[in-house]
Design a binder for this molecule. Sequence first.
Ligand code: PEP
Ligand code: MG
Length: 902
Amino acid sequence: MDKLVYSFGDSHADGDAGMKNLLGGKGANVAQMCKLGIPVPPGFTITTEVCNYYTKNDNQYPQNLDKEVKDAVAKMENEMNLKFGDAANPLLVSVRSGARVSMPGMMDTVLNLGLNDEIVQGLIAKSGNEKFAWDTYRRFIQMYAGVVMSVEAASWDEHDPFEVEIDKIKAENGVQDDVDLDASALQKLVEKFKQVVKDKAGREFPQDPYEQLWGAINAVFGSWNNQRAITYRKLNKIPEDWGTAVNVMAMVYGNMGEDCATGVAFTRDPATGEKHFFGEFLINAQGEDVVAGVRTPGQVTQKDSQSWAKEHGVSEEERQAKYLSLEEKMPKAYAHLVKVYKNLENHYKDMQDIEFTIQQNKLFMLQTRNGKRTAAAALKIAVDMVDEGLIDEKTALLRVDAGSLDQLLHPNFDTSAKNKPIAKGLAASPGAAVGMAVFSADEAEKRANDGQQVILVRVETSPEDINGMAAAQGILTSRGGKTSHAAVVARGMGKCCVAGCGELAIDYKKRLFSVGDVTVKEGEWLSLDGSTGEIFVGQLSLVEPELKSDFHKLMEWASKVSKMQVRTNADTPADAQKAREFGAVGIGLCRTEHMFFDPQRIKSMRKMILANNTAEREVALAELLPYQRDDFYGILKAMQGLPVTIRLLDPPLHEFLPMDDENQGELAKELGISLEQIKTKVNALHEVNPMLGHRGCRLGITYPEITKMQVRAIMEAACQLTKEGVDVHPEIMIPLIGKSEEFIDQKQVAMEVVEKVLQETGQSPKYEIGTMIEIPRAALTADLIAKDAEFFSFGTNDLTQMCFGYSRDDIGTFLPEYLDKKILKVDPFQSIDQEGVGQLVKYGVERGRSVKPNLSVGICGEHGGDPDSVKFCYKVGMNYVSCSPYRVPIARLAAAQASLED
Ligand code: PEP
Ligand code: MG
């Protein structure tokens, strides 16, 4: 700690933008602005190291600080030709906090410091502006007393004691706005304020300027450890030992009259990214007034002022009279501001959020920082800046938050029209949906066929509901997590889904649900926001996303640098097509069971399940064969030689059977057996824990004819396409392997069929046989499995379920509390648990490659579309990630970022 205080001023500064750790964001950027020759009032920054010293040493300062502060004040005095504490020629200062990253809300600021009863007279004499001087003094007392002396409202529902006095004076003087109070009213306000301080703080308002200065510095350093700052740091993972800096700056006054102003601006539009200077300002005001929103600010540019007038039904004549833009009202200062913002953008090579004050037509910059922005704006700004030669493609790729692309890919609610939600569930599949509530899949389908928009509301969904899900605009469930059936299928369809909203009490019989005292009946309108999990009654308006050329450009750059591929999870040619448009280079998971729910197919499927012997089962399977072959033909053709990983049947068989009397009766009739017999069979298939029961390769091992039929369908489709001259690349995937023996068994069954089909057709398409690693035992024995498997695909949904022992469909019951109590940081079914499940993945990859160094490894669990998980997959050396079509762009960007950060 050699140097405690860093000065800045006219075209010189001790610090620069690279010193954020020591000077805080504000201090570093202010220093940089000075170095760029931008007009900034002179001042100094006390370092974050002093803050840490102060905290650790019982609120004491290092010895030298007093002297360094005095020297720095002297420098300001010289530059301003004013003197701190001198009544004849007073220098006033602002004192602001400023951490490395902005911590809005915790920031303590005091403006106009250095005034007292005597100096205010000097300010009157010097400025010749009595109103300004009293206005400045009353602002100072209010702010200082609040920040330093804790004179504030006693509780959240009480009024601020100073605001109470302001309201009284305004009423006495018959004015609406404090800007209209005259000098004598303001002087009276000062007296009232001093009395408030005396009453509330039990002492006089301090008159010694240096006492004021140290009071403010102590308050700012002390505010690093106030409760709200501590909470904010915890939430945002900001380390305790970063500390805040203190910035002391000479005051410039936006409140001296009609030729003064203060404002904030963005160098580009933070909502759209449009290259358009956008800002707001107030005449005759100080910085805090714009943020406080008491007065309605004007628009900085003429263009924005005109659009504002149009929107508010203000005629051009009235606008010219009352609502002129800064550009029109103060053309010289505006022209300077334009020069400055361009200079800043050129320097920082990013969109800036700036604060300025104009004193008697002269511009001063008070702050600059990289501005916050929407996903659409982030994308546009990054791409535009590459085109403008400001940044390179690599920087652009790293600047866009991959997860935020979600906002661009699904229709969204017009946020300006948003009402109050009636409940909130899990944001399971993004986007927005508006439709009438329906409570069964069939009703959804029926109404959709009649041209109605519906929202399917279910306790949970099952594969039987697929028709209704496809027909609905969105899906709402009261049970199930983010990898529940509803969530997975909805994401696959790119459809909005809010899942696991436990507050909903759904009554299928009465066809309604209630939440609190709100009841929603069938046919009533609902709006779902799948990006926030919010549920609204009524029809909220929607805006369709439009993928602009920026999006495609960024994706192209991503592909150029990415060292890991992105495939998609798709079960239909249409999904495959969509994913290809988004840039997927293969299918990482085709779940064949989703193909069995067509009304014609489900019958054969049920016959197969209820067969009494192998011969009966083979008859039913023979009926399914042509359907499956057609499906695979379509998908393989759509993918034109790109790899297509087709998983053999995975879920427990009872999922395909009807559960209600009506459908069971129908099935009985069809099979020529009694309802009782059906019920007995369904009961016999019932499992206590189906997720750990007779599913996955266990089905194929006990009923090899199922494996045989599916492999035949795949290979016949592949051979047919080869014959037609279409390139194909099927990968046959055996699910839920725990022991290498299971894999060897199924591989043998599959190989026999493959060889037969090749012989029958005389074709020899490329194909592979591999497995999913989704049971912890498989990851632990991956070297044994890799001896025979040609590829691995990590099924992290099941792997997470079995590693944690959390049922993926029931996590909704305790997840909110686990997140609240910080037992879990995130839903482990959404973002991979790197510490636990991730170690199984890492170990599995290593063991597998120890046997086969070139083993192809990917992931097909839901994590494949989560940016953090994608980066993890890259680190452990996967060849690809696979995710639902609408998340392909997110995964592509995340993969590119991981490659660049490597
Ligand atoms: C998995 O378990 O990660 C997986 C992709 O399979 P499913 O979700 O179908 O069980
Ligand atoms: Mg699985």
